[in-house]
Design a protein around this ligand. Sequence first.
Ligand code: PLP
Length: 401
Amino acid sequence: MSDIIEQYEKYVMPTYGRQQVAFVRGNGCYLYDEEGNAYLDFVSGLSINNLGHCHPAVVKAAQAQLAELIHTCNLYYTRPGGELAQRISELSLGGKVFFSNSGAEANECAIKLARKYGRDFAAAAGNGVTGDDKHRIITLENGFHGRTMGTLSATAQPAKQEPFKPLLPGFMYVPPNDINALKTVTDGGVCAIIFELVQGEGGVYPLDQEYVEAARKLADEHHALLIFDEVQSGLGRTGELFAYEHYGVKPDVMALAKSLAGALPIGATVAAPAYSDVLGPGMHGSTFGGGPVPCAAGLAVLNELTAPDFLTSVQAKGDYMRSLLEKLKADGLVTEVRGLGLMLAVDLPEPNAAAVVAAALEQKILLNNTSENTVRFLPPLVVEEGMIEQVVEFLQTALSS
Ligand SMILES: Cc1ncc(COP(=O)(O)O)c(C=O)c1O
């Protein structure tokens, strides 16, 4: 066993099921182990290294900022934070941004914003309705929003919630794509409906168009916020800058994180103008949030993502990979192909996805399974067609034997 792995086993809490490999370097679509072996990375740090490992523009921006100013805390202003907020705002909802350090924190802020909005709305209604009456938050079964107690309470997956009960009160769960179920629970006591447009950790399930439209309508009717968790689906992963563009439905609030700062930690909660000032001074905060280094890297990332033809190429490569995976389905090697853009998954006929991922590692290919039946593909958005072919050929051989 490598001494790196040994050290982890001894000193790091065993919360992750790690593959038995330690990496020392990354470049483009490849990670390198201690012996210098190259691994083709179709995990991308779980949709973090979307521009590939150590993208030169990200490294340059972060290094320059590191040498200039690393941290001040949020008692002061710095240039990269304002610039990144403006860029995100102009590319999405047109309102203001709160910066944090992770996807869970981006959602946590969205949850707090929704609760505060519910209170303000109830108080303004002035008809005896109190803030406590408009606090319920609806989320979808099989969704994933993070591991903090707030976001775990929003994550309707019993196995993840069970060991940590009691959860926060006020969360209600409905099955995805069931418009009637959503109608039944949405009333004036709801302050927010939160979901992923493509359930990522749940196995890459895109929501139906009609469902997303119905959720928008119900949220409007009942003065509830519609919040999209685009932590995994956002920032080019699905072939549009934000997955909501596929649906033509805008949220009131959106959570971003993962790839935003080119693999440095960041979270961003983005509000439409009407909800931009719901959280006032002292109501929320994060010591590291919006630091100059991740924000400088974030600006470099957005420059790359918005370069001419970048997103078109993501869509084209997604379509290509999907077409190859559909051939596996036609041959009976997989039972379903799902996803949008380069956020893809296949279901296997047998519950042996972990074995497929292990076999891929042997072949120096990094894959990830979301369950015993589902293998997920999150290649860097800069992946090349030949790499896609290599991975699908591996799958074909592995699943045929
Ligand atoms: C949709 C979604 N929301 C939230 C999170 C949590 O993000 P983090 O692990 O950065 O807290 C994830 C992580 O996988 C995610 O996929």
